[in-house]
Ligand binder design. Structure first.
Ligand SMILES: CC(=O)N[C@H]1[C@@H](OP(=O)(O)OP(=O)(O)OC[C@H]2O[C@@H](n3ccc(=O)[nH]c3=O)[C@H](O)[C@@H]2O)O[C@H](CO)[C@@H](O)[C@@H]1O[C@H](C)C(=O)N[C@@H](C)C(=O)N[C@H](CCC(=O)O)C(=O)O
Ligand SMILES: Nc1ncnc2c1ncn2[C@@H]1O[C@H](COP(=O)(O)OP(=O)(O)OP(=O)(O)O)[C@@H](O)[C@H]1O
Ligand SMILES: N[C@H](CCC[C@H](N)C(=O)O)C(=O)O
Ligand SMILES: [Mg+2]
Length: 493
């Protein structure tokens, strides 16, 4: 593609240098191939401008910069390189989000679950639907790994173009607060933006809960308009009425607002909720009739995730009776309240709860189904929100009979210190020392919990869900809670 053709999407750009052919786009100097356009991004750790010379050495055909650099290549000078990246990626890959119907889901918890439910319903309905999120990217029956829950604009637009080329008509994706703040989804045209909930997380990155909420709010303020001559271009904001952040988001958006919830009046509202060890049932009243929903998923929080999915599917014109049937056949979401069953007389559940609210919700659910004691194994990620550690410690102790505090991706931090940060919450709450153990090695912690389980007990292993690794120092070690738990159960038998 000619540079001038590509940069025509940038209104206020100054081109300094000769016309050139652009073979590819990249914002990482280590990945530059001859003929690439290198976009210099100011990051949180380093500034991409400092790597422009390396990019040129590797054969970059031109640079996108926010100030002219003393380098012998054509330069596109823009005010905002991140905006330019999003606009150029969208144009270079042929505006793939315009060729598919895009549904995005944001919120602290429930994004993976809700996106999985929406894509299941739409695929069952015969609409080929792709999925992008924490577990990876799925379309056409294959799953591909992704770098982040929400990939950066380049990886995203490239992935969307592949998806679209394969005949995928719709795409459901998780939209993280990091992505919104960094403009990773700028240039992606969503029809529907879904909000699950907002509770504490990522306070390492966003300075306060207000800033975190503002980042989420960007999804709704950027969404677009409810009124368009073409019904396909109308925008919808699907909001959880029981979460107070929805009131803020409803004021930010020009899209049509459709609400769901349990405790307040909503367009899609659940009642008569029954939660059991085998599944959940509830009645739903919607703007398209009512139905009784039966799920194999357990937990009150999954009622919310399901209501969000029902609302998004109704917007796409899927009949409620069809949605009801499709939901009945959802077997579960990988690593979310997933049972590890080796025929043992106690239950073992692996879950991805890694926030205070997530942990409290899953523990409340376990409490409802546990015949006897609850033994919880969990930790907190290194290089992530430190303030959530004692809070999660307190919650774990409040809802469990025995707590095993252990490692969950310590990354560059000292694992022992993370365990101590969690323990502070238990000490402040005067939790007796015999009710918890600090075991740095996660394998040992899981083994110990399983050894201590009696018939009727539930061992909850939280935080890593579907993850198949443990990040320690700079190392990525193989680790899967489900496999380790199975080995421990078999070892005990
Ligand atoms: C905090 C955060 O989000 N960081 C992301 C950010 O990194 P950064 O700003 O530090 O980038 P940087 O290292 O300063 O580099 C700046 C620029 O220089 C370039 N560079 C850098 C070095 C070099 O040698 N050459 C070079 O060209 C880089 O490619 C980049 O373009 O931009 C990078 C490129 O897009 C991301 O990979 C990186 O995500 C890191 C890996 C990460 O861990 N992110 C997590 C926190 C995250 O995004 N999580 C959310 C999920 C959260 C949730 O909802 O639970 C997600 O969406 O996954
Ligand atoms: N609606 C919800 N409200 C509160 N907690 C939830 C909700 N849905 C799921 N959870 C809990 O949070 C955990 C993570 O769920 P899920 O993976 O769906 O969330 P996510 O938002 O995608 O997380 P991430 O930010 O890591 O991508 C689950 O294992 C469960 O314990
Ligand atoms: N998307 C979340 C996942 C956390 C999962 C947990 N296992 C951890 O590593 O902290 C994050 O990046 O903060
Ligand atoms: Mg997720």
């Amino acid at each position: 593609m000619k540079l001038s053709e590509l940069t025509s999407v940038l209104t206020a750009a100054l081109i300094d240098g000769e016309e050139t052919e652009v073979m590819g786009l990249t914002s990482d100097s280590r990945r530059v191939k001859p003929g690439d356009l290198f976009i210099c991004l100011p990051g949180h750790t380093v500034d991409g401008h400092d790597y422009a010379a390396e990019a040129v050495k590797r054969g970059a055909a031109a640079l996108v910069v926010n100030h002219r650099m003393d380098l012998p290549v054509t330069q596109v000078i823009v005010r905002d390189c991140k905006f330019a990246l999003a606009a150029l990626a969208d144009a270079f890959y042929g505006q793939p989000s315009h060729t598919m119907t895009m549904i995005g889901v944001t919120g602290t918890n429930g994004k993976t679950t809700t996106t999985t439910l929406i894509s299941k319903i739409l695929n069952d309905f015969g609409l080929p639907t792709g999925l992008i999120g924490t577990i990876g990217m799925t379309y056409g029956g294959h799953t591909y790994p992704m770098s982040c829950t929400t990939p950066d604009a380049l990886e995203l637009q490239h992935s969307l173009s592949e998806m679209s080329r394969s005949g995928t008509q719709m795409c459901v994706m998780e939209v993280s607060s990091h992505a919104l703040e960094q403009g990773r989804v700028k240039g992606t045209h969503f029809r529907t933006a879904v909000f699950t909930n907002l509770t504490q997380d990522h306070l390492d990155y966003h300075q306060s809960l207000q800033e975190y909420r503002s980042a989420k709010g960007l999804f709704f303020s950027r969404l677009g308009n409810a009124f368009d001559k073409d019904p396909k271009r109308r925008k919808y904001a699907v909001l959880n009425v029981d979460d107070e952040a929805s009131r803020v988001f409803s004021k930010l958006t020009a899209a049509e607002i459709i609400t769901y919830g349990i405790h307040h009046d909503a367009d899609v509202r659940a009642s008569r909720i029954q939660i059991g060890a085998q599944g959940t049932s509830f009645h739903v009243e919607t703007f398209c009739g009512s139905a009784d929903i039966k799920l194999k998923l357990i937990g009150n929080f999954n009622v919310y995730n399901t209501l969000a999915a029902i609302t998004a599917a109704l917007i796409e014109g899927v009949p409620l009776s069809f949605i009801q049937q499709s939901l009945e056949t959802v077997s579960g979401v990988e690593g979310r309240v997933e049972s590890v069953d080796e025929g043992q007389p106690y239950s073992v559940i692996v879950d991805y709860a890694h926030t205070p609210d997530g942990l409290e919700n899953v523990l409340k659910t376990v409490k409802e189904i546990a015949a006897h004691r609850i033994l919880t194994v969990f930790g907190c990620g290194g290089d992530r929100d430190r303030s959530k550690r004692p809070v999660m410690g307190r919650i774990a102790a409040q809802w469990s009979d025995m707590v095993f505090i252990t490692s969950d991706n310590p990354r560059s931090e000292d694992p022992e210190q993370i365990l101590k940060d969690i323990e502070k919450g238990l000490i402040e709450d005067n939790v007796p020392a015999e009710r918890y153990l600090l075991i740095e090695d996660r394998r040992e912690a899981i083994k110990k919990a399983i050894e201590m389980a009696s018939p009727g007990d539930v061992v909850l292993i939280a935080g890593k869900g579907h993850e198949t690794y443990q990040l320690i120092g700079g190392k990525v070690l193989d680790f899967d809670d489900r496999i380790v738990a199975k080995e421990a159960i078999r070892g005990r038998q």
